[in-house]
Design a binder for this molecule. Structure first.
Ligand code: TMO
Length: 313
């Protein structure tokens, strides 16, 4: 064989192999995999990261904005295919309730451990604005330190959107801090970061909900230490609410038909496993670098090909 024919032969062989392995891979339905987007940044970026991985594998993907608690029922009835960031503290109950009804499966756990809790930016500790933090009991002597224009002289905790935790924080404050404290709900996650920035400029302390992994891991954020979480301590679970959040897992959920309709994508999905650093980065590309979620995902995929290619093998 001369150079040309051997090239053609190699190309033909390559095509044959592609066709054969293509056949083995062709089992995934062309129906779109429906990925929900919620109201915090790592989740939205990760939606496009995972969607990008599925598209790379030849799948069709659709994104739908979805309610953060209601999404588990939507997965159960098949309107949504996956939920790729199931945070134990905030969504564990809705996830397990939908699983118990049937139709939702546990598709594995990310490497990252999670904490969803109120706390203060590192500089509040460094400047010793409330001596004794992060122990929650120190807050009792810092009502004025955390009072804001809209708090009626009470200490203020700025919670995330109420759709995330309902009355978990008002209940906790009632059980552990009393009437001198008030919980206000932010409209969006972004409002929390705006408050951090404003507080820093004004040199005032601020106590807000936050979580890890997040972009704030890099700057430092100190979570309040409350009495330890235990099963049943929340009011919704029959308790008094006098406990902090669990140090929890970060799971992946899927509709029970996903392994049958899209076996290759499902297999990759079970392998998808992001670390604290990776998830912090997905948020930072948006919250610090001010990229759109789609651009952040494209950059993350371009910068981490070795990571995600391994999930598809
Ligand atoms: C679910 N969240 C990360 C906003 O706590």
């Amino acid at each position: 064989m001369n150079k040309f024919t051997s090239k053609v032969a190699a190309a033909t062989l390559g095509m044959t192999l592609a066709a054969v392995s293509g056949q083995a891979l062709a089992a995934d339905s062309s129906k779109p995999i429906v990925i929900p987007t919620h109201n915090w940044d790592s989740q939205i970026t990760m939606a496009y990261v995972i969607g990008g991985i599925f598209e790379h594998m030849g799948n069709n993907v659709e994104y739908v904005p979805a309610d953060t608690q209601g999404v588990y029922e939507s997965i159960r009835n098949g309107d949504v295919t996956i939920s790729h960031e199931v945070w134990q503290s905030t969504f564990g109950a809705s996830f397990y309730a939908a699983m118990a009804k049937g139709g939702v499966i546990d598709a594995g756990t990310h490497d990252a451990m999670t904490l969803e809790e109120v706390g203060v930016p590192q500089w509040v500790i460094d400047e010793n604005l409330c001596p004794g933090l992060p122990n929650y009991e120190a807050l009792k002597d810092c009502v004025d330190v955390f009072a804001t224009a809209d708090s009626d002289g009470k200490g203020r905790i700025l919670e995330g959107p109420q759709s995330w935790h309902g009355d978990v924080y008002p209940n906790r404050v009632a059980a552990l801090l009393g009437d001198d404290w008030v919980v206000k709900f932010a409209g969006t996650g972004a409002a929390l970061w705006a408050d951090h920035a404003a507080a820093k400029l004004e040199g005032r302390a601020t106590l807000t909900f936050n979580w890890t992994p997040n972009f704030t891991d890099a700057d430092g954020f100190v979570f309040i230490e409350w009495p330890e979480y235990f099963q049943g301590c929340r009011v919704a679970d029959g308790g008094t609410g006098a406990c902090g959040s669990p140090k929890g897992w970060l799971k992946k959920a899927a509709n029970y038909k996903f392994p049958k309709t899209h076996p290759m994508a499902y297999k990759a999905y079970t392998k998808i496993d992001f670390s604290t650093g990776m998830i912090g980065q997905m948020a930072a590309l948006v919250d610090i670098d001010k990229m759109s979620h789609e651009d952040a995902a494209a950059k993350w995929l371009a910068d981490n090909e070795d990571v995600w290619q391994a999930f598809t093998k």
